[in-house]
Design a binder for this molecule. Structure first.
Ligand SMILES: Cc1cc2nc3c(=O)[nH]c(=O)nc-3n(C[C@H](O)[C@H](O)[C@H](O)COP(=O)(O)OP(=O)(O)OC[C@H]3O[C@@H](n4cnc5c(N)ncnc54)[C@H](O)[C@@H]3O)c2cc1C
Length: 387
């Protein structure tokens, strides 16, 4: 039993999910060992082999129906993958973005031909996905994107620049947020699917040097007169991109909250273990009342965050998770996570500041949680609109 003693919601208590949990854990033990993930950190990206292995193991497109080459699961299977990815420090392998964000865009909004064209190849790992929304000039306000897609005969011609794109080096199927009508604000946004190997004028920039998440290939992408066939407009209808993006936001915010609660749990476990070992002035750090009080606060925060997030998971599985609840989960967890890792690091003393200790990494990685997928300020805007 973990340090938090929070039971999984009823929707996760299922023999098939338990078996999947064991299989995914074994997969990560085998293909994302501490030595491997350290290598990814040095390289600032994972290697392509793991995509192939994950395809063979049925992990890619775990929640996509079998008729499109997926494993026929649902979001609970993605939750298992998310938990294992955090537990094994394997964030460099961007499977959650691929499985739980990119593939569902195609499943929900693609035409039958688009689903048949891309989903089976995403399930084998032949295609690896990314979503390119953010640009140097805009992130929070997606209606202000400047990348354009202009119709020219049977093609669209894409011009623009994206930044902060996860899976930016490994992805070869990128959902690019463009404007097909620059005068129509959010109603001019369209999602263009770019298969990069056939895309002349597409260029990957450098892997960005970040505060944390060093094994992730967050990159700049450049599009210069990139031609894609008109059949690559997701859903084949111009101006629907903003609505397509908004529909998926609650789930995307829940994913970040889930990543946060599992990271908090791990930070707490490492810290409890450390303070029970480390002695200062002749007694264990754990024996000081200050330590006990700090850890009591951390456990309370992490428990409250986990219970609320799992409640949101239950709502999502019932089709009832709205943007307000999901934004509260993302806001609360990411803020609580930031405070918890800071308190935990303090209890390690100088060792907490050393990168060889996992708490240092958990501290660095936590900082981005309040930024990506919508900042805390944007979460507050969304929540305040519900009152
Ligand atoms: C590691 C990492 C990975 C990422 N991966 C991806 C990815 O795969 N794909 C992708 O498209 N993007 C990705 N992003 C981008 C991320 O989603 C954006 O950074 C985020 O949405 C914020 O946008 P911005 O950086 O442009 O900040 P800005 O929008 O410029 O915001 C700057 C500040 O202004 C505040 N602010 C903005 N609007 C308001 C408002 N209305 N009221 C009050 N305050 C406001 C913000 O909260 C923030 O504090 C990633 C970012 C990081 C760091």
């Amino acid at each position: 039993m973990s340090v938090l003693n929070v039971e999984n919601p009823a929707c996760m208590q299922d023999d098939e999910i338990n078996m999947f949990q064991d299989a995914v854990n074994r997969f990560y033990e085998r293909h994302a060992s501490p030595e491997t993930t350290e290598q990814w950190r040095q390289n600032h990206m994972s290697d392509l082999d793991i995509w192939k292995h994950a395809g063979e193991a049925g992990l890619l497109c775990a929640s996509i129906p079998m008729e499109y080459g997926g494993s026929g699961g649902d979001f609970r299977h993605e939750v298992v993958i998310i938990e294992n990815s955090i537990k094994h420090d394997a964030g460099g392998f961007g499977i959650t973005l691929h499985n739980a964000i990119l593939a569902p865009y195609i499943l929900l909004h693609g035409t039958e031909e688009q689903k048949q064209r891309w989903l089976p190849r995403l399930a084998t790992g032949e295609l690896r996905g990314a979503i390119a929304m953010s640009e140097p000039g805009t992130g929070s306000d997606l209606s202000a994107v400047r990348t354009t897609a202009v119709k020219d005969g049977d093609d669209y011609v894409i011009n623009g620049q994206k930044t902060f794109i996860s899976n930016g080096q490994v992805a070869n199927l990128i959902c690019v947020v463009t404007k097909t009508d620059t005068s129509a604000g959010s109603r001019g946004v369209s999602l263009m699917m770019v298969e990069t190997e056939a895309a002349e004028g597409f260029r990957r920039g450098r892997i960005l040097d970040k505060v944390g998440c060093e094994s992730q290939d967050t990159s700049e992408l450049f599009f210069e007169d990139v031609r894609v066939p008109k059949e690559n407009l997701l859903g084949l209808e111009e101006g629907k991109g903003f609505v397509q993006l908004m529909k998926e936001l609650p789930k995307e915010r829940l994913i970040i909250a889930l990543q946060g609660i599992y990271a908090m749990e791990i930070a707490l476990e490492h810290t409890v273990e450390y303070v029970k070992e480390r002695k200062v002035f002749g007694q264990r750090v754990m024996d000081y009342q200050n330590t006990q009080f700090k850890l009591a606060e951390c456990k309370t925060q992490a428990t409250v965050a986990k219970v609320f997030t799992l409640h949101c998971l239950d709502l999502l599985m019932q089709g009832k998770l709205d943007d307000t609840m999901a934004s509260m989960a993302k806001l609360h967890v990411s803020e609580a996570q930031g405070k918890l890792v800071d308190e935990c690091l303090q209890l390690f003393g100088g060792y907490g500041y050393m990168n060889e200790y996992p708490i240092a990494r958990l501290y660095r990685d936590a900082r981005g949680q309040r930024i990506w997928g919508g900042t805390s300020e944007i979460m507050k805007l969304v929540i305040s609109r519900s009152m």
